[in-house]
Design a protein around this ligand. Structure first.
Ligand code: HMG
Ligand code: MG
Length: 297
């Protein structure tokens, strides 16, 4: 197995965007700081999306000002207005997001896939000129299944991945938004992807318990970057049935036991989301987190 794997923590963004309760900015900042202290080096902290669409992340600017130094922080931007707000805050790592299903992009960003790619072209031009050494990722959601359109043809997903890569993003994150895929489908998508594994991250949700198996399959195929969310927080407000993301604790446990060092302190990680979970009135969804916490009692 591979020795080096990148973990992109998306809990503060993907985890908190879907919750009924909004987490106060100070608590979000503490959550992010604890994740960084646990050893996570890349954290997607928030989104500069419309606060009318996602009020839970309406405090993006305030949160950004409270982030600690020494970690690579990124934020979602859906349009030029979001980019403008992000640049004003000093953001130098952005993520644009579309999907393999038109029905989903309409619900999620009020655009077709084509429209979204045109907007991202503009975003990337402005971003590259404002931040020549900045970093940009592009998400392709509903890569395997869409809550509105059903199963997605791997060729359709590969097509959108290729279009995003051609726009010049540094990485494409392929999202199993509703956590439907099994390893065989990851392999089938891999076989038609025209983008090299070093430019791809996988973003699995664990709705049906297949996320770690999908990571194992992707590693075997040569991929080295995975998104995950502490405490298994997550979902998507525009994807009914989207359960939690792959829990960072489950991913780290799986990698470490497979002989892949992550540099992450599993005990600190297991505790990092507890205050947020308490605030939300939620039990941890991560099995590894529950087991680690139980072993400390
Ligand atoms: P719209 O309503 O079509 O926007 O929304 P609009 O351009 O018509 O503007 C309407 C109003 O919103 C205007 O204000 C704009 O200024 C304002 P008004 O004149 O009415 O006062 N506005 C904004 N304000 C702040 N920041 C902005 C912004 N843009 C417009 N950026 C829009 C279109 C894209 C804005 C909206 O649909 C949106 O924000 N969507 C985001 C939805 C979202 O965050 N979804 C979750 C993330 S995706 C995901 O979770 C999947 C992922 O995890 C991977 C996976 O799992 O597959 C990434
Ligand atoms: Mg997601």
């Amino acid at each position: 197995m591979a020795q080096m794997v990148r973990i992109i923590e998306v809990g503060p963004r993907d985890g908190l965007q879907n919750e009924k309760l909004t987490v106060p900015t100070g608590l979000k900042a503490r959550f992010v700081a604890l994740l960084a202290e646990a050893g996570l080096q890349e954290i997607e902290a928030t989104s500069f999306v419309s606060p009318k669409w996602v009020p839970q992340l309406g405090d993006a600017a305030e949160l950004w000002a409270q982030l600690p130094a020494g970690t690579l922080f990124s934020a979602l931007v859906p349009n030029l207005k979001g980019l403008e707000r992000a640049l004003e805050c000093g953001v130098d790592r952005i993520a644009v997001f579309t999907a393999a299903s038109d029905a989903f992009t309409h619900k999620n960003i009020n655009m077709s896939i084509e429209e979204s790619l045109a907007v991202f072209g503009e975003i990337l031009t402005v971003f590259r000129s404002a931040r020549p050494s900045g970093w940009a990722r592009g998400y392709v959601s509903t890569a395997f299944e869409c809550p509105y359109a059903g199963r997605i043809d791997p060729e359709a997903t590969a097509g959108v991945v290729g279009r995003l890569a051609a726009l010049g993003v540094d990485e494409v994150s392929i999202g199993d938004t509703i956590g439907a895929a099994a390893p065989k489908e990851v392999r089938a998508l891999h076989e038609v992807l025209g983008v090299e594994p070093s430019k791809v991250a996988w973003h699995f949700h664990d709705t049906r318990g297949t996320a770690v198996a999908n990571v194992a399959q992707a590693i075997e195929l040569g991929y080295r970057a995975f998104d995950a969310s502490a405490g298994g927080l997550g979902g998507c407000p525009y994807a009914p049935g989207a359960g939690g993301n792959l829990a960072t604790e489950d991913l780290v446990y799986f990698l470490e036991r497979s002989g892949i060092a992550t540099g992450i302190d599993q005990h600190r990680l297991a505790r990092a989301s507890l205050e947020v979970l308490r605030h939300l009135g939620r039990e941890p969804r991560s099995k590894a987190q529950s087991a680690i916490l139980a072993s400390c009692e």
